[in-house]
Design a protein around this ligand. Structure first.
Ligand code: FRU
Length: 501
């Protein structure tokens, strides 16, 4: 096999592939040598989130626990902070709190993935990790890249250690997908049930409806089309990216990232959406009967999450702290040759058909020193003079509080009143202004603050706001003010821990 593109002419025998890798490594190393100082000296570089060493990061990929280690691969463009040719980067952790970067794992080095090793997942069986991902190909010429000019191939690579990979094997091509699919079919996620393997893919139909495709296999290599289990729904966007189906309790959850939903009040305010529906597969997986679509995160920067089950039986999610094409939300870190990061790992818990996200307990390991605490009664205003640090965890419990406002970091305001919780950012938001959710009551808030990100969990993860922001002044204190209606008592308990890593 051979092909030619703007980077040259390639022949895909094994020797040529390794030459291509050497060439990529050379380019990446040159880029690291040139830009690493700028990246690492950036005041907005974070302390306890997975970031690419340099350049651009998007979706988490291939999440798994294998031989006592957690693996998080990710969409990685090392050569530009604006997102270009995609590789898979790789980070490992023994405890989900401390991560080590391992460099590039997968390269775009065969004809079927030459324009990007796109998103995919990991499936662990015995002593092997099976990685299923999308090989992206773009043809030169006059194309819309929806109906012509693109290939999206499902590709398998295996590994016995997460570091060294087998030869790539193309499992499915566009011609294997149903006829009414456009060329956008990608992001395979694989799981096993009763000895049968299933794969979901995100897709766009030729008449611009988002859906998922379900494939079935007995051996992980040969896949047969089974169904379009969640229908081709109206008003649910033109493309569904990164589908993930998993069990929580006795329910099947479908999590995905639809593109093209219209904003409705406080809902679907980002350029692309991300959420889930809870239901059950019926009729031998031909159909997925789902409840309402709910956004999984209400902030400015959350997309393309992926889940996996760990050896403790927890369903853990990591999301991309960014949204594609969110042109109104700027990230000034591009001046220092890096952009975006992933979220902290969160455990998913089903509570009355709602998926709650709870930061994994291991994150407590990152707490440095003892906590500072404050308790305030009635209508008092309180300031927690927090250590001089921008990286901390803050927990606030409320009792009977019907209205409050929290001011933190440079210009971030969190408020609750008239049963609406709001996150507002000023200048530090770089175009991010306000996101909100209607919620009956707020009993607790947990905030993970890193140099340039906030993850805000209401009521133990019932609603979550994830955002990037870029304050220029250091943190001084956290101010809390509030009111209790009709004289009932209102108590705040604030507790903060410094985080360092
Ligand atoms: C989601 C996504 C995926 C795709 C990948 C490419 O952010 O667009 O659908 O596989 O990113 O980087």
């Amino acid at each position: 096999r051979s092909f030619t593109n703007e980077r040259g002419s390639f022949n895909f025998n094994t020797r040529e592939i390794s030459m291509l890798k050497i060439d990529f490594d050379k380019q990446i190393n040159e880029c690291i040598n040139k830009n690493l100082d700028a990246v690492n000296s950036d005041k907005w570089r974070n302390k306890y989130h997975i970031m690419a060493p340099i350049g651009w990061i998007n979706d988490p990929n291939g999440l798994c626990e294998f031989n006592g280690e957690y693996h998080c691969y990710y969409q990685y463009s090392p050569l530009t902070p604006m997102g270009g040719l995609k590789f898979w980067g790789h980070a490992v952790s023994k405890d989900l709190a401390n991560w080590k970067d391992k460099g590039v794992a997968l390269y775009p080095d065969i004809a079927e993935d030459k324009d990007g090793v796109y998103s995919g997942s990991a499936f662990v069986k015995d002593d092997t990790i099976y990685f299923f991902y999308t090989g992206n190909v773009k043809h030169k010429g006059e194309h819309d890249y929806i109906l012509t000019g693109r290939e999206q191939n499902v590709i398998l690579v295996t590994s016995k250690d997460g570091i060294n990979f087998s030869e790539k094997k193309v499992l499915l091509r566009n011609t294997d997908f149903p006829e009414d699919m456009s060329l956008h079919v990608r992001d395979p996620k694989v799981w096993e049930e009763d000895g049968v393997y299933y794969m979901v893919l995100g897709a766009r139909t030729t008449d611009d409806k988002g859906c998922i495709l379900l494939y079935k296999s007995n051996d992980l290599y040969n896949w047969e089309f089974h169904s379009v289990p969640a229908g081709k729904l109206n008003n649910m966007g033109y493309m569904w990216e990164c589908p993930d189906t998993f069990k929580l309790g006795n329910k099947d959850v479908l999590m995905f990232s639809p593109q093209g939903m219209e904003a409705e009040g406080y809902k679907y305010n980002n350029v692309y959406q991300c959420g889930y529906a809870v239901g059950n597969f019926v009729n031998d997986k031909k159909e997925l009967k789902l409840g309402e679509f709910l956004e999984i995160d209400r902030g400015f920067d959350f997309y393309a999450p992926q889940t996996f089950e760990d050896s403790k039986g927890r369903r853990i999610v990591i999301g991309w702290m960014g949204v594609p094409d969110a042109v109104e939300h700027k990230n000034p870190t591009i001046d220092n040759f890096w952009q975006h990061q992933l979220t902290i790992p969160r455990e998913l818990v089903l509570n009355y058909n709602k998926v709650y996200q709870v930061p994994v307990v291991e994150l407590k390991k990152l707490r440095k020193g003892s906590s500072i605490k404050k308790e305030v009664y009635l209508n008092k205003e309180a300031t927690l003079d927090i250590f001089e640090s921008n990286t901390f965890e803050l927990n606030i419990d409320f009792i009977n509080t019907t209205e409050f406002e929290i001011a933190l970091r440079e210009d971030c305001k969190l408020s609750f009143n008239n049963k609406v919780f709001k996150l507002e950012l000023g200048k530090s938001g770089y175009g991010r202004e306000m996101r909100a959710v209607e919620i009956e009551a707020v009993d607790s808030i947990r905030i993970f603050s890193d140099n340039s990100s906030l993850e805000i969990f209401l009521n133990n993860g019932e609603e979550v706001f994830t955002t990037r922001f870029y304050p220029t002044k250091d943190n001084v204190g956290i101010n809390l003010s509030g009111e209790n209606l009709k004289g009932s008592i209102c108590i705040y308990e604030m507790e903060a821990y410094k985080i360092e890593n």
